[in-house]
Structures are given as C-alpha cells and as structure tokens.
Ligand binder design. Structure first.
Ligand code: AMP
Length: 562
C-alpha cells in the first residue's frame, strides 16, 4: 500500500480555501488535494474538509472539550492562562489560537517527524474510543502528542476539526463537486453517491476506489434527507408553482427515517444517527407491516387526534424520563410523507404522485399515519390550508410538486415551507450571563449569533422562553462549553442551537451582525440541529427588508386614509 500523504498538504489547501471567496477556486483546490489519493487518505481528507473527525451519524465523536484543548495547548506551548485568554479574545477561534501559540512557543525540532493523514485519523480514532473513567487524562495524552507533532498550520486545522469550527466556506455542495472532479464522476453520479452514503468521507473513499457507480440504497444505511425551502407568503408559493400541487400539514416533531427489513425496524435522525430506542412506538407500528422499505416522515407527539406541545417530546429526547413514562406523557405517532425504497427498488426517482400511492399502501393497516394532503393552486387555497393547519395546532404547510423527485440532501424547490407569518430564526448561543432575582445563580441570558459566510455574527440576546428545568440544564451545559469565563459573563463554544421567535428586527450598533431582534424569545432548543444548520445574516436582512416593505405599505395606507 502507498504511504499516506503528509497532512500539511491538506492544511495548506484549506488555508487557501478559506482565503478565497471564489467557489470555483475552492472546488479546484480541494479537488487537487484529493486527486490520486489512495482510498483511505481520500476518506480522511474529505471528512476533514467537511469539518468532521468521525463518520456522519456515528455517535462516537472525538469529543474534546474546549477546556481540555486549552489545557493541552498551554501544556504544549508553555503559554499561561491569561496569554491564552488574550489570544482567544483577539481571534474568537480556537484553531487560530492554536496556530499562534504553536508558532510562538514551540521548539522547531519538534516538527521533524512529518504528520500524515493516516496518523491524524488514527489519533482521532483513539480519541473517540477513549471513554469512561480516567479517559480525560488519556485524551490529553493523545492530543498532546498530536499537537507536538504538528506544525502551527496543522495544529490550527486539527483544532478546528475537533471543535467543529472548520468554517472554510466549503459547503457540502462544493465538496461534492470537488470529489466529482477529482475522481471523474458526473454531477448526477456524485449527488447520488453522496446522498446514499451520507458521509463525505465514505463517499470520497468509494469514489477513489472507482466504485461510486455501484452504490445501492440498502435498508439500515440512512440516506440524506430532502429539505424544504422557506417561503414567506401564500402568494409567493402559488406563484412559484403556478399549478395544482399538494399542501401537507407541517407537523411539529422530529424528522425520522424508518427502515424495515425482515421484521427489524430502525429509526434514523436528520443527522443520520440511529434513534430507534427513543421511539419504541415507531418500531411497534411497523414491525408487522409488509415488505422491505425506507420511509421519510415526522415523529410527532400526538394524542386524541391532536398534536401535543413539542416540549413534551424534548423531555423524552433528552432522556429526562424513562420510556414508559415518556410514552405516557408524550406518545408519538409517526406521520409518513415519503417512501425512498420499496422491496429492493429505489423509488426516489419516481414522481411524488406515484411515491404517495406506494406510501399509502405501506402505511395502511399500521399504527402510523400518512401526512394529510390537500390539492391547492391559488393563493387563497394555500392560505386556507395554512389557516386550517394552524387552527389544528400544526406549524404551517409544506407544499410539494406532485412531479418532483426525492432530491436527497438538497434544498430543492420541489418542496417549500410556509411557517408563521413572521419567521423564526435558528441561531447559536455564543455567550451567556447569569440572571438576576429569582434567576440569580443560573445562566439565563443568552447572546446568540447567525452565520455570515464563515463567521458568526451576533444579532440579539434572549432572556425568555425556557422553563426553569431547561434553564438548569442550560446552565450545566454552558459551563461545560465555556471558553472564557469573565465572572458573570461567559463566552461559550458555539454549539447549542435555539429557535427564536421575535416581534421585529431593528438595525443595531450593539451587535456585530448590524441587526438586533426585538423581544426575542426562545421557542425551543434545537437538539436536532448543529451550528452548521443555523440561519444566516442574509435571512435576517431579508426579514428586515420584508418588514420594511410591510411598514411602508401600512404608512402609505395610513397617509392616504381620509
Ligand atoms: P424546518 O425545521 O423549519 O426547517 O422545516 C422543515 C421540517 O419540517 C422538515 O425537516 C420536517 O422535519 C418537518 N415537516 C413536518 N411536516 C412535514 C411534511 N409534511 N413534509 C415535509 N417535512 C415536514
């Protein structure tokens, strides 16, 4: 077997990828690195470019806390706690901190042994498998030898991967393109390979071995989910499609892929993690069904013909109660809305109208349900369906083109969603403060940010929306991910995603995003989403502009009133 290539080649390419804003250049740089790599190197490289140290969907992450990383960096470089804090405050990124500290303090002789992609991956694997008692000292040891062997630039990217903060702008569509270019795949073949394998590393390994065309959809290997594009109004939706389409209720639960083969049923999350044990009702519902299949749908807390508050499900997801108690307090019904595979045949290439017929026959006779669907064409019909959905306690609509294919992992305009009149934003918490009065002693004020290219920009601070129990839990987690502790205020690793509702958006000098949400309240903690899934500044600007239009229209109306 060929020797694994030096890690520095990848680190140097990533540095250039970060520096350029040209998408074509990003693709070319990564393709250049991938070209000619042996399959295992290709896997490691693509996975790292995608910002991960482990396979997508795997529960075992390398999981090194910020404080451990900081500690090891101090040990390796001899920097003091206050040096590190100062450098962190300057960069706001632990990868950059690693680069600076390693550059300043390390003896050059330490670089003599060249790090290879395989060596980095081995270290990640050892970090993942080090668990339980005494693991923290062992992890420190692994990390220390890895960083000692790394050049400053390599250290930067190792730390960036371990903190999940790659931010090179190499979004999955571009990486998919780079893999296609490196291994001579067509755009369709690449899209298909990626969607079926889910994980970029695995996809690159298979592509590098020349086997991308042979990949099949099989039960128990989750595939990427189709996503819906947000639309602001019923009018836009009617115009977008311009013909009769399906409007489905937007169920407020957890997206879940159900796989069944030979009486075995498994459930996977949007992040491709197996969550079967969380939902015994779904297993029970499909155990006696007929055939081998993969379904897409939503696990919804539901009783007496009505949806229950989503919060009930959250308790269950966080395993705050036993399954029996959970199933009593928040019984779940699976609302299926698509079928991807049936009896050995992929159905993703069939139009939705046909997939729906197949879906109905699978779900009939089980305890699960199919999503309720209405034919709509005009703005009024979309609006009426939306009202009905809201009146029944659902979240809005997902409107789908009957002709559309199932486009995995892509936000295709075949599906569009309509939520509340004023949209919510998914944001990540970057700093937090202790509360006052009855909230003294708990961390209850959260500063949050949206994405702006590769950076995070703050757009507000939320105090309300969580229950006392949730605040207690938040306090514990925020302490764990603290990066800089300034007494009453803490900067934290951007990890916890929350969905915030708000009254309006204003321009603001106080937040570096340039906007502030007015009266933000946390609607829910999005445990199903990671920092890569949050909204961006463009969306904030769009809502801001939209509300200005509405305001202008109202003003115009007011001034023309008699
Ligand atoms: P959002 O979470 O706001 O990005 O909205 C998209 C999500 O709505 C999907 O990922 C699903 O979890 C959920 N959803 C609920 N009902 C449906 C439906 N009928 N069709 C598609 N997605 C749905």
């Amino acid at each position: 077997m060929k020797r694994s290539v030096p890690f520095i080649r990848l680190a140097e390419a990533l540095e250039k990828v970060r520096a350029t804003s040209s998408k074509n250049e990003k693709v070319a740089l990564v393709a250049e690195v991938l070209k000619g790599l042996q399959p295992r190197d290709a896997e490691v490289a693509a996975r790292i470019v995608s910002g991960r140290s482990s396979e997508r969907g795997s529960r075992d992450e390398a999981q090194v806390g910020y404080s451990t990383l900081l500690d090891v960096l101090r040990g390796v470089t001899g920097a003091s706690e206050s040096d590190v804090s100062k450098v962190y405050l300057r960069h706001g990124d632990l990868g950059e901190v690693a680069e600076e500290l390693l550059g300043e303090k390390k003896e050059q002789t330490l670089f003599s042994e060249e790090l290879t992609l395989a060596a980095v991956d081995d270290a990640f694997a050892r970090l993942r498998s080090t668990k339980g008692k005494g693991s923290s000292a062992a992890k420190r040891g692994i990390l220390k030898s890895l960083l000692l062997a790394a050049t400053p630039l390599e250290g930067k990217y190792i730390v960036k991967v371990l903190t999940g903060e790659m931010r090179t702008g190499m979004v999955s569509g571009l990486l998919e393109e780079a893999i296609a270019d490196a291994y001579g795949l067509s755009e369709e073949a690449a899209a298909r390979g990626h969607m079926l394998l889910g994980d970029m590393g695995t996809f690159a390994r298979v592509a590098a071995s020349g086997k991308a065309a042979e990949v099949q959809m099989v039960p128990f290997r989750p595939v990427n989910f189709m996503l819906a594009e947000p639309f602001a109004t019923a009018a836009e939706i009617a115009e977008h499609f311009g013909r009769q389409v399906y409007a489905e209720y937007k169920y407020d639960g957890i997206r879940a892929q159900v796989h069944r083969s030979g009486r075995v049923v498994k459930v996977f999350s949007r992040r491709l993690e197996e969550i079967t044990s969380t939902f015994p009702e779904i297993v029970a519902a499909f155990e006696d069904a007929k055939g081998e299949f993969i379904l897409d749908g939503e696990a919804v807390p539901f009783a007496g013909g009505r949806p229950l508050p989503f919060q009930l499900l959250q308790r269950r997801l966080r395993r705050m109660e036993g399954f029996e108690e959970a199933a009593k307090n928040a019984p779940v019904t699976y609302f299926a809305f698509d079928v991807l595979l049936l009896d050995g045949r992929e159905t993703v290439g069939l139009p939705l109208s046909e997939r729906r017929e197949l879906l109905r026959s699978i779900v009939a006779g089980t305890e699960a349900k199919t999503a309720e669907t209405f034919d709509v064409k005009t703005e009024e019909e979309v609006q009426a369906a939306f009202r009905r959905s809201r009146d029944l306690g659902y979240e809005g609509l997902v409107v789908k083109d009957p002709e559309s294919l199932y486009g995995m992992g892509k936000r295709g305009s075949g599906w569009v969603k309509l939520k509340e009149e004023l949209d919510t934003l998914d944001v990540v918490i970057v700093a937090a403060e202790y509360g006052h009065g009855k909230r003294a002693g708990v961390i209850s004020d959260y500063t949050f940010a949206v994405r702006d290219g590769d950076e995070l920009k703050t757009v507000g601070k939320a105090y309300s929306g969580l229950t006392d129990t949730e605040i207690g839990e938040m306090t514990r987690r925020l302490k764990e991910i603290t990066v800089a502790d300034h007494g009453y205020r803490r900067e934290v690793k951007p990890e916890i995603v929350v969905e915030v509702a708000f009254d309006s958006i204003q321009r603001s000098e106080r937040h570096d995003g340039g906007y502030a949400l007015r009266f933000p309240r946390i609607k829910r903690i999005r445990t199903d989403k990671g920092p890569a899934d949050i909204d961006d500044l463009v969306k904030v600007e769009k809502i801001f502009d939209g509300q200005k239009l509405k305001l202008d229209a109202r003003r115009a109306q007011d001034s023309s009133a008699p």
